[in-house]
Design a protein around this ligand. Structure first.
Ligand SMILES: [Zn+2]
Length: 478
């Protein structure tokens, strides 16, 4: 409501007056920020309100529908003031001059077409900062949190899973804002309702993920939206419920459970670094590249850390897709790099990269960076001209050479198929010079950017970068 009143003044240039039922007058902490900003009027009945706001251009009202009975709702269709009714739960009692749902899900359910999603503006104002120090939570700990209605964390399997998981994992913390106490533990923190945007932002920043589970579901899902726009993953129930607008919006960006076992697995296998790295830093990089007028950025596909290669590839594609969707006006291409397959890294087979590209489904925004050391360590024998040719044929067959948009040039300290990622100066490692001669003289790649990724330092007062570039130039010319 605050945002509607605020933007009505700031964007539309109108004056906002906040009307509150006298019944709620005692809720001082909730209204503080309204008091400080707007004129408030309290009314004892709809008729009383109509009298008090006589001369106003519009009454905007959020209607809760059947939750509190439509009886009162319909009385807010005034004769002397135009009314715009925004329905949160139900659209079963049309009244007023404009009658809109809060989501498509709600509108459809009542055979209506008009809906206006709530605005989620919290992200824009997020200046960073969190409450980890305040609560003495280590940086390395994983924090799950939620806010919303006091009684609306009511999926029992979620509560049970949290109760069990917090005992098992001493690096896990749960912070519940405005939530009925259901477990008592030193790493489960309960705090009062948060009403101001600053505190809300800091709270979201404190959390690595939101836990959500509401029997009724969400006809909109404001808290989920607020966590989401801050790139926090949402762990939520996907079993049967009344309204599932949040699932419609989250789609495959949610982490879902429908049984106690699934819920515990989701919580126990949650890897906060995965979500942080795969998304936040990349988004920043794409924006930075766009501002600098750069055409390409290169990323390592990343690791599946025990979740299996397929799951890893799917998650990477999902993160890139989200990135592409978040930057539609930007032409920056995201290149996934061939990897050595060290640890649980994916991307060491051309098939992996082909799958990521096809799963992302935005061919104009994605390509591949061919890293010579990694590809060799991954098991592609590019050492001699014949092997190079075969490998490029394979690349073309599986990914397509038009997708090869950059090279990382580096020799390898480690052997063919060793899956060990250690770079060496050009011609000084297990690869030797032949492959670099092939690449430098391959007409198909004459215009493809090639970047040195060799160790830094000097040799006899000469920077290695200069030496390596001279080697490449020499190989290119003969
Ligand atoms: Zn590289």
């Amino acid at each position: 409501m605050y945002d509607y009143a605020d933007y009505n003044e700031k964007i539309l240039g109108n004056i906002s007056i906040i009307a509150v039922s006298s019944y709620h007058k005692h809720n001082d902490d909730v209204f503080d920020r309204f008091y400080n900003r707007f004129t408030m009027v309290f009314h004892t009945s709809p008729q009383d309100l109509e009298k008090q706001i006589k001369g106003a251009d519009l009454l905007y009202r959020i209607a809760y529908g059947e939750i509190y009975g439509h009886g009162d709702d319909v009385k807010y269709a005034f004769k002397t003031v135009k009314t715009a009714i925004h329905c949160v739960f139900s659209m079963a009692a049309p009244h007023g001059d404009v009658y809109a749902g809060v989501s498509e899900v709600i509108a459809k359910k009542y055979g209506k077409t008009l809906y206006v999603p709530h605005m989620i503006s919290i992200h824009k104002h997020n200046p960073g900062g969190d409450y980890r120090k305040f609560f003495r939570i280590p940086e390395s700990a994983t924090v799950f949190g939620r806010y919303g209605g006091r009684h609306t964390l009511d999926i029992n399997i979620l509560k049970k899973a949290i109760t069990e998981v917090v005992e098992e994992r001493n690096d896990y913390y749960f912070i519940f804002v405005n939530t009925d106490r259901f477990v008592t533990h030193e790493r489960v923190i309960y705090i009062d309702n948060i009403t101001d945007v600053e505190t809300k932002n800091r709270f979201i920043n404190t959390c690595d993920a939101m836990v959500h589970g509401r029997i009724m579901g969400e006809s909109f899902g404001l808290a989920i939206g607020e966590f989401s726009v801050n790139n926090k993953p949402i762990i939520t129930y996907s079993g049967p419920m009344r309204d599932n607008n949040h699932l419609t919006i989250l789609k495959d960006n949610g982490i879902y459970f429908s049984t106690l076992k699934e819920c515990k697995t989701v919580l126990l296998s949650f890897d906060k670094e995965l979500y942080k790295k795969s998304y936040d830093s990349l988004l920043m990089e794409v924006r930075r590249a766009d501002r600098l007028g750069l055409e390409l950025i290169v990323m390592h596909p990343g690791a599946h850390v025990g979740s299996g290669e397929q799951a890893g590839l799917k998650r990477i594609a999902k993160a890139i897709r989200k990135l592409v969707d978040a930057t539609p006006e930007m032409g920056v291409k995201i290149l996934v790099e061939t990897t050595a397959g060290q640890g649980s890294n994916v991307g060491y087979r051309f098939e992996h990269l082909a799958q990521i590209i096809s799963d992302v489904g935005a061919p104009e925004r994605i390509g591949v960076c061919f890293d010579t050391c990694h590809t060799f360590a991954a098991g592609y024998d590019i050492k001699d001209p014949a092997g190079y040719r075969r490998t490029m044929e394979e690349f073309d067959r599986i990914i397509g050479l038009d997708k090869l948009m950059a090279f990382h040039l580096n020799d390898a300290k480690s052997d063919l198929g060793s899956h060990v990622d250690r770079h060496e100066h050009i011609g000084k490692g297990k690869l030797g010079t032949a492959v670099f001669r092939e690449i430098m003289r391959d007409k198909r790649f004459a215009l493809t950017p090639k970047l040195l990724e060799t160790p830094k330092g000097e040799s006899k007062g000469k920077p290695w970068d200069v030496i390596n570039l001279q080697t490449l130039r020499r190989l290119a010319s003969r």
